[in-house]
Design a protein around this ligand. Structure first.
Ligand SMILES: NC(=O)c1ccc[n+]([C@@H]2O[C@H](COP(=O)([O-])OP(=O)(O)OC[C@H]3O[C@@H](n4cnc5c(N)ncnc54)[C@H](OP(=O)(O)O)[C@@H]3O)[C@@H](O)[C@H]2O)c1
Length: 327
């Protein structure tokens, strides 16, 4: 399968590097708004086709699939364009600004008989699977504290008076959709859709959240999610059951996964070593789903994306965080 890319930042580099490990996936085209950047990016990655016009790229038969890594608010229009030209989509998280866009895009994907995936690496990695398989080991679950709390280098630019895309309502930014989405995805993939959600945001003058705490309420437990792009946390994530506790580092790339027995304090390490280019797991899964037409797996991923996006939408509603595309 031949694919192209939108976006020329480090995340597209990481995607290209990881995709080289998938045997039947080949980068054939790149896009940038600037001709010079497009050519340089194409040369760096040894690719012939460098586009500066998205419609030309979408129409072209040099790609079957597009990886979208542009600012969040642009994902939707770009995805619709490529779906209409029957290209599969791997779109960076957060997939779109709201569920109205997502539902419409799934409809267009179905009409054109192509797939639309949200790239969220954590839930495709082996250590997430180990965690899920071992959930029964902690007994009756009671609470969880998951977080992605990391000072962003782009906050320096924000403080200097600029408005980086990820801190702006124009580009559908903010801490919850950028950072909180990792613990949120993990929670929904592990525990399912919560009964209710409550988000307390620390809003910036730009109108979006710099930090926040999201509480997911389930019938007999709660999951507390913290996210931030303006401070840093050094504590691990924990999932608490009546018999034991899971402890792990980095919710976006689970590592040092341990199970601690409440009674004996015995620590069991249950992780498997992930490979460095961890995007390879999601890309491999997407490629396999397309190749084998795994409808059930695809439907499960669609459902996950919809639940996660509906939660961030509700969380924004509670805090009056309105994106420009919704005004
Ligand atoms: N999965 C992960 O671990 C991960 C990590 C980082 C980011 N992401 C996601 O990847 C996406 C891109 O994030 P990023 O931090 O790379 O964003 P970014 O630097 O703001 O923009 C990404 C690319 O979009 C183009 N772009 C920038 N500003 C634009 C504008 N005003 N109008 C149109 N195009 C513009 C640029 O490419 P050209 O100048 O070449 O056109 C740039 O390389 C986001 O959705 C983000 O959430 C995911």
């Amino acid at each position: 399968m031949k694919y192209g890319t939108i976006g020329t930042s480090w995340i597209t580099d990481s995607f290209i590097k990881a995709s080289k490990k998938i045997s039947d996936l080949t980068l054939t085209a790149v896009y940038s708004r600037s001709e010079e950047k497009a050519r340089n990016f194409a040369d760096t990655h040894g690719v012939k086709h460098a586009f500066t016009d998205l419609e030309h790229m979408a129409k072209s038969d040099v790609i079957d699939c597009i990886y979208i890594a542009s600012p969040n608010s642009l994902h939707y229009e770009q995805a619709i364009l490529f779906l209409k030209y029957k290209k599969h989509i791997i779109c960076e998280k957060p997939i779109f600004s709201n569920t109205k866009e997502l539902k419409e895009a799934y409809k267009v994907a179905e009409e054109n008989n192509v797939y639309l995936f949200e790239a969220i690496r954590s839930i495709h990695a082996p250590n997430f699977k180990r965690l899920k398989e071992n959930m029964a080991e902690i007994g009756k679950m009671r609470s969880a504290i998951l977080h992605q709390v990391r000072y962003s280098s782009k906050y320096n630019s924000y403080l200097a008076g600029n408005n980086p895309n990820i801190f702006s309502a124009e580009f559908s930014g903010g801490a919850l959709v950028d950072m909180g989405i990792y613990p949120l995805y993990l929670a929904v993939a592990l525990f399912g859709e919560p009964d209710s959600v409550s988000y307390i945001a620390t809003k910036l003058d730009s109108g979006v959240d710099g930090s926040g705490t999201l509480v997911l309420s389930y019938a007999d437990f709660t999951c507390t999610i913290m996210c931030s792009k303006i401070v840093t946390s050094y504590i691990p994530c924990e999932i608490h059951g009546e018999s034991g506790t899971f402890v792990f580092e980095d919710v976006s790339k689970i590592n040092e996964l341990r199970l601690i027995d409440n009674q004996t304090n015995q620590v069991t390490t249950i992780e498997t070593p992930d490979i460095k280019e961890d995007m390879v797991y999601e890309i491999g899964n997407f490629r396999r789903i397309i190749k084998t037409n795994s409808v059930q797996e695809y439907e499960e991923l669609k459902e996950l994306s919809l639940i996660v996006l509906s939660i961030t939408e509700e969380a924004r509603r509670q805090n009056d965080i309105v994106y420009d595309c919704e005004r």
